[in-house]
Design a protein around this ligand. Structure first.
Ligand code: PNS
Length: 165
Protein backbone atom coordinates (compact mmCIF):
# COMPACT_ATOMS: atom_id res chain seq x y z
CA UNK A 1 0.00 0.00 0.00
CA UNK A 2 1.30 3.46 -0.89
CA UNK A 3 1.35 6.75 0.96
CA UNK A 4 -2.16 7.92 1.78
CA UNK A 5 -3.21 11.41 2.86
CA UNK A 6 -6.50 12.30 4.49
CA UNK A 7 -8.04 15.60 3.42
CA UNK A 8 -10.66 16.31 6.10
CA UNK A 9 -13.31 18.99 6.30
CA UNK A 10 -16.97 19.88 6.51
CA UNK A 11 -17.33 20.23 2.73
CA UNK A 12 -20.70 21.93 3.15
CA UNK A 13 -20.59 21.96 0.15
CA UNK A 14 -17.46 20.95 -1.80
CA UNK A 15 -16.01 23.78 -3.94
CA UNK A 16 -13.51 23.99 -6.80
CA UNK A 17 -11.03 25.24 -4.18
CA UNK A 18 -11.27 21.88 -2.38
CA UNK A 19 -11.12 19.95 -5.64
CA UNK A 20 -8.01 21.82 -6.72
CA UNK A 21 -6.24 20.91 -3.45
CA UNK A 22 -7.20 17.25 -3.56
CA UNK A 23 -6.18 16.89 -7.21
CA UNK A 24 -2.79 18.53 -6.63
CA UNK A 25 -2.27 16.32 -3.57
CA UNK A 26 -2.47 13.29 -5.84
CA UNK A 27 0.86 14.41 -7.35
CA UNK A 28 2.43 13.88 -3.93
CA UNK A 29 0.53 10.85 -2.57
CA UNK A 30 -0.54 7.48 -3.93
CA UNK A 31 -4.07 8.05 -2.74
CA UNK A 32 -6.09 10.73 -1.02
CA UNK A 33 -9.17 10.22 1.14
CA UNK A 34 -11.48 13.19 1.20
CA UNK A 35 -12.99 12.72 4.65
CA UNK A 36 -16.23 14.50 5.43
CA UNK A 37 -16.88 15.13 9.12
CA UNK A 38 -20.31 13.99 10.32
CA UNK A 39 -20.20 15.79 13.64
CA UNK A 40 -19.40 19.42 13.05
CA UNK A 41 -19.98 22.10 15.66
CA UNK A 42 -21.64 24.49 13.23
CA UNK A 43 -25.00 23.55 11.72
CA UNK A 44 -24.67 22.37 8.15
CA UNK A 45 -26.84 23.24 5.16
CA UNK A 46 -26.49 19.72 3.76
CA UNK A 47 -26.72 16.37 5.53
CA UNK A 48 -23.58 14.27 5.63
CA UNK A 49 -25.06 11.96 2.98
CA UNK A 50 -25.74 14.91 0.67
CA UNK A 51 -22.20 16.24 1.20
CA UNK A 52 -20.72 12.81 0.45
CA UNK A 53 -22.92 12.33 -2.64
CA UNK A 54 -21.99 15.74 -4.06
CA UNK A 55 -18.26 15.16 -3.47
CA UNK A 56 -18.43 11.66 -5.03
CA UNK A 57 -20.22 13.00 -8.08
CA UNK A 58 -17.78 15.88 -8.45
CA UNK A 59 -14.79 13.50 -8.20
CA UNK A 60 -16.20 10.52 -10.09
CA UNK A 61 -13.43 10.70 -12.73
CA UNK A 62 -10.64 10.48 -10.12
CA UNK A 63 -10.43 6.86 -8.92
CA UNK A 64 -7.44 7.61 -6.66
CA UNK A 65 -9.57 9.96 -4.58
CA UNK A 66 -11.87 8.18 -2.17
CA UNK A 67 -14.71 10.08 -0.51
CA UNK A 68 -15.82 8.90 2.93
CA UNK A 69 -17.50 10.33 6.01
CA UNK A 70 -16.14 9.96 9.51
CA UNK A 71 -17.31 10.37 13.10
CA UNK A 72 -15.32 11.17 16.19
CA UNK A 73 -11.70 12.26 16.34
CA UNK A 74 -9.94 12.89 13.07
CA UNK A 75 -6.67 11.32 14.28
CA UNK A 76 -8.50 8.07 15.08
CA UNK A 77 -10.02 8.02 11.62
CA UNK A 78 -6.60 8.71 10.05
CA UNK A 79 -5.04 5.79 11.96
CA UNK A 80 -7.87 3.44 11.02
CA UNK A 81 -7.49 4.45 7.37
CA UNK A 82 -3.75 3.54 7.65
CA UNK A 83 -2.80 7.05 6.61
CA UNK A 84 -0.09 9.17 8.23
CA UNK A 85 -0.79 12.60 6.82
CA UNK A 86 -3.58 15.12 7.31
CA UNK A 87 -3.79 17.54 4.43
CA UNK A 88 -5.26 21.03 4.74
CA UNK A 89 -5.49 23.93 2.32
CA UNK A 90 -4.49 27.48 3.25
CA UNK A 91 -6.10 30.39 1.48
CA UNK A 92 -4.76 33.36 3.39
CA UNK A 93 -2.94 34.26 6.57
CA UNK A 94 -6.37 34.56 8.21
CA UNK A 95 -6.68 30.75 8.01
CA UNK A 96 -3.45 30.30 9.93
CA UNK A 97 -4.61 30.65 13.55
CA UNK A 98 -7.39 28.10 13.22
CA UNK A 99 -5.18 25.69 11.27
CA UNK A 100 -2.28 26.07 13.70
CA UNK A 101 -4.54 25.20 16.64
CA UNK A 102 -6.07 22.26 14.85
CA UNK A 103 -2.69 20.87 13.71
CA UNK A 104 -1.24 21.31 17.21
CA UNK A 105 -4.24 19.57 18.82
CA UNK A 106 -4.00 16.68 16.38
CA UNK A 107 -0.24 16.41 16.98
CA UNK A 108 -0.76 16.26 20.73
CA UNK A 109 -3.38 13.54 20.25
CA UNK A 110 -1.23 11.44 17.93
CA UNK A 111 2.50 12.15 17.45
CA UNK A 112 2.84 9.91 14.43
CA UNK A 113 0.43 11.89 12.25
CA UNK A 114 1.73 14.94 10.38
CA UNK A 115 -0.39 17.82 9.10
CA UNK A 116 0.71 19.20 5.73
CA UNK A 117 -0.59 22.43 4.22
CA UNK A 118 -1.00 23.31 0.59
CA UNK A 119 -1.51 26.87 -0.61
CA UNK A 120 -4.80 27.38 -2.37
CA UNK A 121 -4.65 28.16 -6.05
CA UNK A 122 -4.80 31.95 -6.54
CA UNK A 123 -8.01 31.54 -8.56
CA UNK A 124 -9.75 30.15 -5.47
CA UNK A 125 -8.23 32.30 -2.69
CA UNK A 126 -11.58 33.90 -1.98
CA UNK A 127 -13.68 30.74 -2.32
CA UNK A 128 -15.12 29.22 0.85
CA UNK A 129 -18.18 27.06 1.45
CA UNK A 130 -19.50 29.81 3.74
CA UNK A 131 -19.38 32.58 1.12
CA UNK A 132 -20.67 30.23 -1.58
CA UNK A 133 -23.75 29.54 0.59
CA UNK A 134 -24.25 33.23 1.28
CA UNK A 135 -24.07 34.20 -2.40
CA UNK A 136 -26.33 31.32 -3.47
CA UNK A 137 -28.86 32.09 -0.72
CA UNK A 138 -29.18 35.62 -2.08
CA UNK A 139 -29.68 34.43 -5.65
CA UNK A 140 -26.13 35.20 -6.86
CA UNK A 141 -24.23 33.04 -9.33
CA UNK A 142 -21.65 30.59 -8.00
CA UNK A 143 -20.89 29.22 -11.44
CA UNK A 144 -17.19 28.43 -11.93
CA UNK A 145 -16.67 28.22 -8.16
CA UNK A 146 -18.45 24.93 -7.47
CA UNK A 147 -19.21 21.88 -9.64
CA UNK A 148 -22.51 21.96 -11.54
CA UNK A 149 -24.07 19.27 -9.31
CA UNK A 150 -23.38 21.50 -6.29
CA UNK A 151 -24.73 24.58 -8.05
CA UNK A 152 -27.97 22.72 -8.77
CA UNK A 153 -28.28 21.40 -5.24
CA UNK A 154 -27.72 24.86 -3.74
CA UNK A 155 -30.42 26.32 -5.97
CA UNK A 156 -32.87 23.56 -5.03
CA UNK A 157 -32.13 23.89 -1.32
CA UNK A 158 -32.49 27.66 -1.16
CA UNK A 159 -35.66 27.60 -3.28
CA UNK A 160 -37.14 25.01 -0.93
CA UNK A 161 -36.15 27.08 2.13
CA UNK A 162 -37.63 30.20 0.53
CA UNK A 163 -40.97 28.42 -0.03
CA UNK A 164 -41.11 27.40 3.64
CA UNK A 165 -40.85 31.06 4.78
O1 PNS B 1 -13.87 22.34 6.87
P1 PNS B 1 -13.63 22.58 8.33
O2 PNS B 1 -14.95 22.85 9.02
O3 PNS B 1 -12.62 23.65 8.60
O4 PNS B 1 -13.06 21.19 8.92
C1 PNS B 1 -12.81 21.04 10.29
C2 PNS B 1 -12.62 19.55 10.65
C3 PNS B 1 -13.85 18.77 10.29
C4 PNS B 1 -11.42 19.02 9.89
C5 PNS B 1 -12.35 19.48 12.20
O5 PNS B 1 -13.40 20.11 12.88
C6 PNS B 1 -12.18 18.04 12.69
O6 PNS B 1 -11.17 17.44 12.49
N1 PNS B 1 -13.24 17.51 13.31
C7 PNS B 1 -13.22 16.15 13.84
C8 PNS B 1 -13.14 16.16 15.38
C9 PNS B 1 -11.71 16.31 15.85
O7 PNS B 1 -10.86 15.47 15.63
N2 PNS B 1 -11.43 17.42 16.57
C10 PNS B 1 -10.10 17.67 17.11
C11 PNS B 1 -9.21 18.40 16.13
S1 PNS B 1 -9.50 20.14 16.21
Amino acid sequence: MGKIAVYPGSFDPITFGHIDIVERALECFDGVILAIASDIPKSSLFSVKERVDMARLALKDKPDIVVESFRGLLVDYVSTAKATVILRGLRATSDFDYEFHMASTNKSLNQSIETLFMMANKDYFFVSSRTIKEVASLGGSVSGLVPECVERKLKERFEALQKKR
